[in-house]
Design a protein around this ligand. Structure first.
Ligand SMILES: NC(=O)c1ccc[n+]([C@@H]2O[C@H](COP(=O)([O-])OP(=O)(O)OC[C@H]3O[C@@H](n4cnc5c(N)ncnc54)[C@H](O)[C@@H]3O)[C@@H](O)[C@H]2O)c1
Length: 310
């Protein structure tokens, strides 16, 4: 089954970015959002995204707006869709209600893929008419520029549905990974949460301030992590002896450090301090300027990675 029409359920940050990507690849996109402002928000995000998308693949000069429609209800957006991409609020009761409404019009062969960062496909599909086609397809923000899509099936998800989902996201030049078990945060956000816990702890313990924590990542390990994952990095850290040598030589020092990592409490005082330190480090640069800088850098990085020999 080929995917032509996609219903994007929720026209917020993630839904609008998915919509830009889907539209750029020639799909018909129907966005459902009860908020009237969602349409203007999505149109603006798509306009902003287009020149960036054009640098990464061969797409039309301008969006084909006739392929994009907005709907106040999920049922209207899902009619005749081949895939529904859930981008609604990250609450299980809302996701289940959105799926129930989608199933009133979504053709039975169509996939229901949730962008959820934290919920389980098994919980979302509980009570569904066709739970076998429900799965998690989790992007990273912004989905039109960060290629990763994490696929996770629930207890009732058909392997065939996961296979179809993988073929679809691969067709958009996404990099798909499959989590074999359902756990909060899937794969990538378990890793980012592990790092973020210590980023907060370092500030809480007074080891360094917010600006230096961020610099330590962005100009240190972050530069390598953009190119390769932690296992491969330590394979290289083992020199000619590779990963085994690294683990046998320096593995014990990793274990010592693991024992010393903190579990900070997000107290109001700590929140105030981190926000104040972050604001000070920004010295007035606004959110739109930051977004533009981030997106330009993501495009340059994605192009660099397209050209890398491995
Ligand atoms: N923000 C991120 O960094 C990020 C990254 C990856 C995945 N996600 C996931 O994507 C999903 C959306 O997150 P977001 O950041 O775009 O949130 P958001 O708040 O920006 O957007 C959610 C949108 O859903 C709309 N909505 C509410 N009820 C609805 C309904 N019944 N039907 C249709 N639309 C409805 C809201 O009006 C809003 O526009 C969440 O599941 C989240 O976990 C978020």
């Amino acid at each position: 089954m080929t995917v032509q029409k996609i219903a994007v359920l929720g026209g917020g940050l993630i839904g609008a970015s998915w919509a830009a990507l889907f539209l750029s690849r020639g799909h018909t996109v129907a966005i459902a959002d009860p908020k009237p402002e969602a349409e203007a928000f999505c149109r603006q995000l798509i306009r902003n995204a287009w020149p960036d998308l054009a640098q990464l693949s061969d797409i039309p000069d301008v969006p084909d707006w006739s392929r994009l429609s907005f709907h106040a209800t999920i049922a209207a957006a899902c009619a005749r869709a081949d895939l529904a991409q859930d981008c609604g609020p990250d609450r299980i009761d809302i996701k289940q209600a959105m799926l129930a409404e989608a199933e009133t019009t979504l053709p039975s062969q169509a996939l229901f893929a949730s962008s959820t960062s934290s919920l389980m496909a098994s919980d979302i599909q509980a009570g569904a008419k066709h739970p076998d086609r429900v799965l998690v397809a989790h992007p990273m923000n912004p989905p039109h520029l960060v290629p990763l899509v994490e696929l996770v099936g629930g207890k009732a998800t058909a392997p065939e549905a996961l296979g179809r989902a993988r073929a679809f996201y691969d067709s958009l030049d996404r990099v798909t990974v499959v989590a074999q078990k359902e756990r909060p945060g899937h794969i990538a956000n378990r890793l980012t949460s592990a790092l973020y816990r210590e980023a907060v702890n370092i500030v809480a313990e007074g080891i360094a301030d917010v600006a230096d924590v961020d610099r330590a990542i962005a100009y240190g390990p972050g530069m390598r992590w953009a190119l390769m994952g932690p296992h491969l990095i330590y394979h290289m850290g083992g020199g000619p002896g590779g990963y085994r040598h690294y683990l046998e030589h320096l593995g014990p020092t990793q274990v010592d450090r693991w024992q010393d990592l903190g579990t900070p409490e997000l107290t109001p005082a700590l929140i105030d301090r981190m926000v104040a330190e972050l604001d000070a480090s920004l010295s007035g640069v606004d959110a739109e300027a930051l977004r533009q800088k981030r997106d330009a850098a993501l495009v340059a990085l994605a192009r660099l990675k397209q050209d890398l020999p491995v």
